[in-house]
Write a protein of this length. Sequence first.
Length: 234
Amino acid sequence: MQAKGRLYGIGVGPGDPELLTLKALRLLQAAPVVAYHSAVDKESIARAIASPYLTGNQIEVVFHLPRALEPETANLIYDKEVAPIAEHLAAGRDVVVLCEGDPFFYGSFMYVFTRLSPHYQTEVVPGISSLMACPVALGVPFTYYNDIMTVLPAPMPAEELITHLLATDAAAIMKLGRHFAKVRDVLHQLGLASRALYIERATMTQQRIVPLDEVDPNQVPYFSMIIIPTKNRL
C-alpha cells in the first residue's frame, strides 16, 4: 500500500526572505512539492518571499482562495482548490504549503489545514507575523508588562472598533484596504490619531511608513496596518 505524504504548513514571514526560520528553510528545500496561495492573475506573495530558497526541481502547485464569500460558496471553492495538494499527498509526496506571516494567524494555510489534516500527517511551522514585524519596523515598543493588546480587523463596524479600542492599552488594526477612512475617522473621534502609526508592506522592499493623515485612502493595500502602541512607559 502506498504510504501517504506529509503535509507541512510553513510561515514564510512578513516579506523579508531572511526572516524565514531555519526549520521552515530545511523543510522547504527537502520537499518535492511546494504549494502556495495567490490571487487570480497575481504573483503569489508567499512564493516571492521564499523564491531565493526554491531548489528549481520542485513541483509547484498554485491555489486560489477568494475571500468575502458566503460560507457555502466558499466551502465548495476551497474544497476544489486544495484537491491538487491532496492528490500529491495521496501519491506519497510530501507537500510544503507556503503561507505569508504565520500559518495560524489569519493565514491562508488554515483553509488547507481544516480540509486535509484529518487525512494526512501534518506539521505546522510558525512564522514571524506582521503583528511582530510592524512595531519593529516602526521602531516603537508595542506593549509593556501587563498591558492589554488587541488585534482588530478593519472590516468591523465602526461601533465595534470603538468598543474594543476603548478597552485596550495597545492595538493593531489589520486588513485596512478600503476600510482605512472609517478607521482613521474612529481614531480621530477617540483621540487616538496622534498615537496611531501607519505602515504598509512591512519588511518588504516596498515598505512605506506614512503619517496617518497623509495616507491616501484610495491607495491603501491589503498588507497594511495601523499600530497604536501603549501610552504606558516603564
